[in-house]
Design a protein around this ligand. Structure first.
Ligand code: ADP
Ligand code: MG
Length: 722
């Protein structure tokens, strides 16, 4: 890219305008129709009925819905809203809205703002433009959205438009789930029912409700919009398809936690302000490992809320970036050779008394319960590592998993030294010293409280216990976290159910029975435990010996979603019916093919219209230059070294032309494969390698061709200028 334009991008004037300061607590949640607002605005009986409905003790009838709708409308109008929208999460990674005005004709040419309970509860977007994976036949395109009262409605401002957004689920006309939220809510029920069942077996009568908690840490890149729009690959696919890694990448390790640049800090500040208004408790922000890479993490919340909030965080990042002349890249691997982005999803279980069930407690009772829940989770991952892997499979995440910067495609569990010893002690039936700081006595199960400091942190593990929660690190950065959370909840619900049944069959002394059952379980499930370096090649061999699945690509992994085992799991716990599960498989395998197809065609166009013309131009410049030089200096002067440069360029151009043709041929071949699973495999096995090979030649040309005529911004410009 011409130097001058780079400098213009760099010098884009940035002036920070100090604003009047408001403490966050004074406006937190201001744009949400929160429980607090409801308490103030609803009649007392209505408010209490609403709370009972959320607690699943009663249904919301039309009368109650009318009262809530009216209060919601009045509140939204005061905030300046003109429209309302059911806000839902179709089976893409995005969220969807369809706006309707509050305006209603009341005759004689008069209009008022009105919002009825019926409109609040149910909407009918035209479902035909959302993926259904074959659930919906074309003649029955209707789908409908249904209000989710457990996640508060919120106001979204975009430019001059102000809209009331109502979190909703999205169903087909036959009642099948077409979205991410419905199965999540069902899995939350499954966790509750089976966790309580197990607690009762263990003699816990106090807890009345159990729910999953999620704390997703979101990574992203932030780049100048000017560069973004000059790269068709970024615009069309979210990642760069060609480009040489900069000479200075992350090897100096000076970006992570480094001080944050002023322009970025202003962006982050605006993001957080917006998130606080939406009642999203953004907590940490910092630079990440790669240049121009950052992370934002909220405090953890109940799973449904945390999932909605993560979807909103991604939207807010994009919106505020745009406002600041920046683009937030949420793709898992925007730049080859530079660390990619993931989402560490922290997961735990909590009860209505505020107890974290994965926190070792002070009393023997709590500790048995802790151990049972801990081992239930490990068992779940052992039994269903294949499904957990499939839950995070995508064309983008394929660039990360197993690429020695992110967890491998092998799912294993990291427990840390101390807990591993405790488990080994249980298995051996020995009451020995666990660590030098504390002793475990199996009879009374006294477990040292694990402080965060002594849970060693293993950054390479895809599923790590970090003191009082598990951290699922294989999730992709742009992915909706709903499905991974749904899978986790469901597989753990199954193990809780199984342990409850097994322990209650085992004997009358529940605690002793629990320890006896765990002893047997640990023997079976321990192949999934691994505290070592997950990036090492030895682990891959060791995991194979242990029989752990290692599915390296999306086409290889996705079929694990729809095995008989998976169908049985999801239908037994009423999370997804067989039809719903299979439709999800179809949507995802189809998206895989489409994404690769778009990438292949974008690369083809960039090579044809940008890279080859620039390279040919430069080739001709050099050829003329050599010719002219020869004329001036005469035959006796040796121009071989210069001719070698010319030859090198000509060779690369030839290879590029050859591979570009091959890419197009293969791509057209792919379109002829009717079976989508086979087509996905073809994209992975044939098209991806061809794209990689073509890229290598383009990148060589990038090093040869004059920077002034190279047709797109290079990595160093994009990553170091902001
Ligand atoms: P890092 O992994 O970057 O070192 P931390 O381990 O401090 O960061 O991550 C803390 C994350 O874990 C936060 O996002 C927080 O919300 C989340 N978290 C903490 N406790 C829980 C819990 N009980 N359930 C779910 N998430 C939790
Ligand atoms: Mg983390």
């Amino acid at each position: 890219m011409p130097k001058q334009e780079v400098y213009i991008a760099a010098e884009r004037s940035f002036t920070y305008q100090p604003e009047s300061y408001r403490p966050v607590s004074s406006f937190f949640g201001e744009n949400t129709f929160s429980a607090k607002v409801m308490r103030e605005r609803l009649p007392r009986e209505a408010y209490e009925a609403y709370l009972e409905a959320i607690d699943r003790k009663r249904k919301i009838d039309l009368e109650l819905a009318n009262i809530v709708a009216n209060a919601m409308k009045d509140w939204a109008l005061e905030k300046g809203a003109t429209h309302y929208s059911h806000w839902f999460q179709p089976m893409t990674s995005l969220t969807a809205e369809k706006h309707d005005s509050f305006l209603e004709a009341i005759g004689n040419g008069d209009y008022i703002e009105r919002f009825s309970g019926k409109q609040l509860v149910q909407g009918e977007p035209d479902a035909s433009s959302f993926p259904s994976g074959g659930i919906r036949s074309t003649f029955e395109a209707r789908g409908y959205t249904v209000w989710d009262p457990s996640s508060p409605a919120f106001i979204v401002k975009g430019g001059k438009g102000i809209t009331l957004c109502i979190p909703s689920i999205f169903l087909s006309y036959t009642g099948d789930a077409l979205d991410h939220k419905t199965p999540l809510l069902r899995s939350i029920n499954a966790i509750n029912d089976n966790a309580l069942k197990l607690m009762r077996v263990l003699g816990n009568k106090r807890s009345r409700r159990v729910f999953a908690t999620l704390g997703p840490e979101q990574e992203y890149f932030l780049i100048d919009k000017e560069f973004y729009y000059r790269r068709p690959d970024l615009v069309m696919t979210g990642r760069t398809l060609v480009g040489m890694p900069p000479s200075r990448g992350q090897q100096l390790e000076d970006h992570y936690f480094g001080s944050i640049k002023e322009r970025i800090l202003t962006f982050m500040h605006e993001v957080e302000e917006e998130l606080y208004l939406l009642g999203i408790p953004a907590k940490t922000r910092h630079n990440e490992v790669a240049p121009s890479q950052f992370e934002i993490a909220p405090l953890f919340e109940e799973a449904n809320l945390a999932t909605d909030h993560n979807a909103l965080i991604m939207e807010v990042l994009r919106k505020i970036a745009n406002r600041n002349g920046l683009v937030a890249l949420l793709h898992e691997k925007p730049f080859a050779g530079i660390n990619g982005s993931g989402k560490h999803v922290n997961w735990s279980l909590s009860d209505d008394l505020g107890n974290n069930l994965l926190n070792p407690g002070n009393t023997p009772h709590d500790n048995v319960q802790f151990l049972v829940f801990l081992i239930a989770t490990i068992r779940a991952v052992y039994k269903h590592a294949d499904i957990l892997r499939a839950a995070v499979a995508s064309s983008a995440n394929d660039h990360r998993l197993g690429a020695n910067e992110a967890p491998p495609a092998i799912i294993s569990v990291f427990l840390g030294e101390q807990l591993s010893k405790i488990l080994a002690n249980i298995e051996n039936g020995a009451a020995t010293e666990a660590t030098n700081t504390a002793i475990i006595d199996l009879g009374i199960s006294r477990i040292p409280i694990l402080s965060r400091d002594n849970t060693d942190r293993n950054r390479t593990s895809p599923f790590a216990f970090t003191g009082n929660k598990f951290e699922f690190r294989a999730v992709g950065s742009h992915q909706n976290i709903s499905f991974p959370a749904t899978v986790l909840n469901t597989i753990v619900a199954e193990s809780l159910d199984y342990l409850a049944n097994t322990i209650s069959r085992h004997g009358t002394n529940a605690k002793q029975a629990a320890i006896d059952v765990l002893r047997e379980e640990i023997k079976e499930i321990k192949p999934i435990l691994f505290n070592g370096d997950n990036y090492s090649p030895q682990w891959e061999q060791e995991a194979a010996r242990r029989g752990l699945p290692n599915k390296k690509s999306t086409p290889a992994s996705l079929p694990d979603m729809i095995t008989d085992k998976a169908v049985k799991l999801f239908s037994s716990y009423k999370v997804l019916s067989e039809i719903e599960l299979k439709s999800r498989y179809h949507v995802r395998i189809e998206r895989y093919c489409k994404k690769l197809d778009i990438e292949a065609m974008t690369l083809y166009e960039m090579v044809s219209n940008q890279i080859l013309p620039a390279a040919l131009q430069f080739q001709s410049d050099i050829a003329s230059s050599i010719e002219e030089t020869g004329d001036v200096l005469g035959d006796s002067f040796d121009l071989t070294p210069q001719k070698e440069i010319l030859k090198e360029i000509a060779v690369e151009i030839n290879s590029t032309i050859k591979l570009k043709k091959a890419l197009l041929e293969k791509r057209n071949q792919a379109l002829n494969i009717a079976d989508e699973t086979k087509r996905a495999e073809y994209y992975y096995n044939e098209i991806r390698p061809t794209m990689e090979e073509l890229r290598e030649h383009c990148d060589k040309l990038e090093l040869l061709v004059d920077e002034e005529i190279w047709p797109m911004p290079r990595f160093w410009e994009i990553l170091f200028i902001s």
